[in-house]
Design a protein around this ligand. Structure first.
Ligand code: PLP
Length: 451
């Protein structure tokens, strides 16, 4: 049978459940209640197979920064597929899309992050980083510097290497992770873990755990520290203002390479091109993906500073992916960056959209179910609680309240994700003020229904 959008939804769902294994999904859930079939999208709106129009407050998976339906990107892909659909960049060959994108990235990114190692995704890019920082120290005559320090509840990807860098215990439990020489310190999550400290005191205390870990492991064994400027998949955890400057100071003092994972934060998400600039982070390496192509084609990369690139150029780095610098993905990313730049989308998001969204989002904190509402540019979170003043957790299994709230949103044609009992948003940067009003209204209804 020919499977098309015109098939009855129930048939599509049955075929899906029978043959398609979904990421981060309990298989039986799909047998009981089929997956919602998304058929098309435009702007911030998804359409499903029943004709419902859904406001996508997650930009897919934090990636469709430019919004859906930009035909220019489809045309860039088609043009590139006709001209040169594939060639590798391994053995003394290159091609124009890879060169042009590398050049554009060097122009757009801050500091001297002038070099890119391409990957197919954020996970692959973070796997590159593991090998890259260890090889860098070997090249510098310090092969014992292997340990990478990360944080609990961080998300750096789903491959074995990147999930080891990540600090998600449920992911470590499946498949025997983490790999050796990865160490996790506590996260700067004041709302959940800050106790009686002020956010500023707590931010400093959590940053200083990096220094303690370096002393404990030994300075001669630590290669790098990796962190998301704002933790995304962990629940949009905006760090206290004291956190990153202290992390930066410690990395400088002990000559630890600093990796900023800007897979979510990069390309406008926090209202600036890169969050490192706004949080006082000067990384040696920056991980990028998602907003780089607005999710229209798979691509990621590691941006590398001059000094690290120089050292790496002294060796034959035995690393790479078939799709490193895929010409179609590079062409799509370039077109995406052209539109983001020429239409001033990032600047408008930072100047107009983010303050409006912040004002509206923070009104949700008045709801009896909401303990805090946080926002950084266009990524936001609310914490669900049975008792605001004490920041208490629900007695039921963690995530139950979030799950109910997410289901209420979905039933009401709004995509919000839940991370435990935190609800998160990350809408396309082009969301309009009336669309923000709709988002807040639907979120409020979902909270009322979940209460
Ligand atoms: N790093 C961060 C901060 C992410 O949020 C993600 C994905 O959500 C990744 C890495 C992994 O990217 P990918 O899913 O493209 O492998």
């Amino acid at each position: 049978t020919l499977i098309t959008n015109h098939m009855p939804t129930a048939e599509l769902q049955a075929l899906d459940a029978a043959h398609h294994m979904h990421p981060f999904t309990h298989g039986h859930d799909l047998e009981r209640k089929g997956a919602r079939v998304i058929t098309r999208a435009s702007g911030v709106t998804l359409t499903d197979s029943e004709g419902n129009e859904i406001l996508d407050a997650m930009a897919g998976l934090w990636c469709v920064n430019i919004g859906y339906g930009r035909h220019e990107l489809a045309e860039a892909a088609a043009r590139q597929m006709r001209e040169l659909p594939y060639y590798n960049t391994f053995f003394q060959t290159t091609h124009v899309p890879a060169i042009a994108l590398a050049d554009k990235l060097a122009e757009l990114t801050p500091y001297d992050l002038n070099h890119v190692f391409y990957a197919g995704s954020g996970s692959e890019a973070n796997d590159t980083n593991i090998r890259l920082v260890r090889t860098y120290w070997e090249q510098k005559g310090k092969p014992s510097k292997k340990v990478i320090i990360s944080r609990k509840n961080a998300y750096h990807g789903s491959s074995v290497g990147s999930a080891s860098l990540g600090g998600m215990s449920a992911m470590h439990a499946q498949g025997g992770l983490p790999i050796p020489d990865v160490h996790h310190i506590n996260q700067p999550h004041w709302y959940a873990e800050g106790g009686d400290m002020t956010p500023e005191e707590f931010g400093l205390a959590r940053a200083r755990e990096l220094e303690e870990a370096i002393h404990q492991i030994g300075e001669d064994r630590v290669a790098a520290f990796i962190g998301e400027p704002v933790q995304g998949a962990g629940g949009v955890i905006v760090p206290p203002s004291t956190y990153w400057p202290e992390i930066q100071r410690i990395c400088d003092k002990y000559e630890i390479l600093l990796i900023a994972d800007e897979v979510i934060c990069g390309f406008g998400r926090t209202g600036q091109w890169f969050a490192s600039e706004s949080y006082g982070i000067r990384p040696h390496i920056m991980t990028i993906a998602k907003g780089l192509s607005s999710g229209y084609a798979p691509i990621g990369g590691s941006l590398v500073c001059d000094e690290v690139a120089e050292v790496m150029n002294e060796c034959d780095f035995a690393h790479g992916y078939t799709y490193s610098g895929h010409p179609v993905s590079c062409a799509v990313a370039l077109e995406n960056l052209r539109i983001l730049q020429e239409e001033g989308i990032v600047e408008r998001a930072g100047r107009e959209t983010a303050p409006y969204l912040k004002e509206k989002w923070e009104t949700l904190a008045d709801h009896p179910l909401v303990g805090e509402a946080k926002i950084a540019g266009l990524m936001g979170s609310i914490a669900l609680t049975p008792h605001k003043a004490s920041r208490a957790k629900f007695a039921a299994e963690a995530g139950t309240a979030g799950f109910i709230c997410r289901e209420e949103c979905f039933a009401n044609n709004l995509v919000m994700r839940h991370v435990g009992d935190r609800m998160v948003i990350s809408p396309p940067l082009i969301i309009s003020k009336p669309e923000i009003d709709t988002l807040i209204e639907r979120a409020g209804i979902a909270l009322d229904n979940a209460y």
